[in-house]
Design a protein around this ligand. Structure first.
Ligand SMILES: *C/C=C(C)/C=C/C=C(C)/C=C/C1=C(C)CCCC1(C)C
Length: 284
């Protein structure tokens, strides 16, 4: 089993111009989205109460880290292919999956921090909740990585096993978050409740995309393509596109929600109360 795990993926399969470009373009879009979100979140710190500024600072850090990593991921993607005979062929250089996992191991625990920070639970409760979430998040990413870098059909079962192991902390996190967020709703100002409910839903839906993308990139055919076989490589494309879209939503979109929650909870702010007379920002 261990022989099928290489640190980096081996060669890359032949891709059509469309397949190569859709991944390259979505990586480019992700760099822009994360960068813009970082600027917005850092600058917006001034418009919320001091108590909520750490949440926005951490949210800004998350998208900054992701901006850098997507720049590197795109660079690695471009280096892994060469244009040849109307399509793209593997250049022989490996596409580096490590950038994404390095990103997740930093950003996923920080996403937990930004959420707990904006909720402002009682001190003891926040620490215990955060400890559980951060440990589970790190485990989820660490257990997914050995499966992600498997690049041969013989490694299929091992990939499924690592995916299943990673899913244990995954479900634990979703369960804990759902329960805790639901419990905390009563203690939150009315103006923020709807937004917290939306954040809960966004988290659940975007996080569910990751194991799906992992599964699409781990079919027998996708693994054969990854090993350089002359088969349909669309599973590899689906995995990259799926992860990128999920990352934009789970980091930039979620960061924006954290901002709206912080804004709604800030004193003297009318916030942007969804479902009521929406769109009245506090007068600066
Ligand atoms: C910003 C990045 C985020 C929110 C990343 C989240 C990643 C996951 C929820 C990954 C989950 C996985 C499984 C549940 C099983 C297969 C392996 C993973 C790591 C893709």
């Amino acid at each position: 089993m261990l022989e099928s795990i290489s640190v980096l993926a081996a060669g890359m399969p032949d891709l059509s111009v469309f397949q190569y470009s859709i991944v390259d373009n979505i990586f480019s879009m992700t760099v822009a989205t994360m960068g813009a979100a970082a600027i917005f979140l850092f600058l917006s710190r001034q418009s919320v109460d001091e108590a909520y500024r750490p949440a926005l600072l951490v949210s800004g850090l998350v998208v900054s880290i992701a901006c850098y990593h997507y720049f590197m991921i795109r660079h690695s993607w471009q280096g892994a292919f060469v244009l040849a005979e109307g399509g793209y062929k593997g250049s022989g250089a490996a596409f580096n999956d490590f950038y994404r996992y390095a990103d997740w191991i930093l950003t996923v625990p920080l996403l937990m921090v930004e959420l707990v920070a904006v909720l402002r639970l009682q001190a003891g409760k926040a620490t215990s909740l955060l400890t559980r979430l951060v440990v589970a998040a790190a485990l989820m990413i660490a257990l997914g990585y050995p499966g992600e870098v498997i690049s041969s059909p013989e490694g299929w079962a091992a990939r499924v096993m690592w995916g299943a192991l990673s899913s244990i902390p995954f479900f634990y996190i979703l369960f804990v978050l759902w329960v805790e967020l639901t419990k905390s709703l009563d203690t939150q100002p009315v103006a923020a409740r709807k937004l917290i409910e939306i954040a809960r839903l966004v988290l659940l839906i975007t996080w569910a995309v990751y194991p799906i993308a992992y599964a699409l990139g781990g079919t027998m055919t996708a693994l054969e393509a990854k090993a350089g076989g002359n088969v349909d490589p669309s599973g590899i494309v689906a995995l990259q596109v799926g992860y990128a879209i999920a990352d934009m939503t789970a980091k930039a979109g979620f960061g924006l929600l954290i901002y709206f929650i912080a804004r709604a909870k800030s004193k003297g702010s009318q916030g942007y109360v969804i479902g009521e007379t929406a769109g009245t920002p506090a007068v600066a």
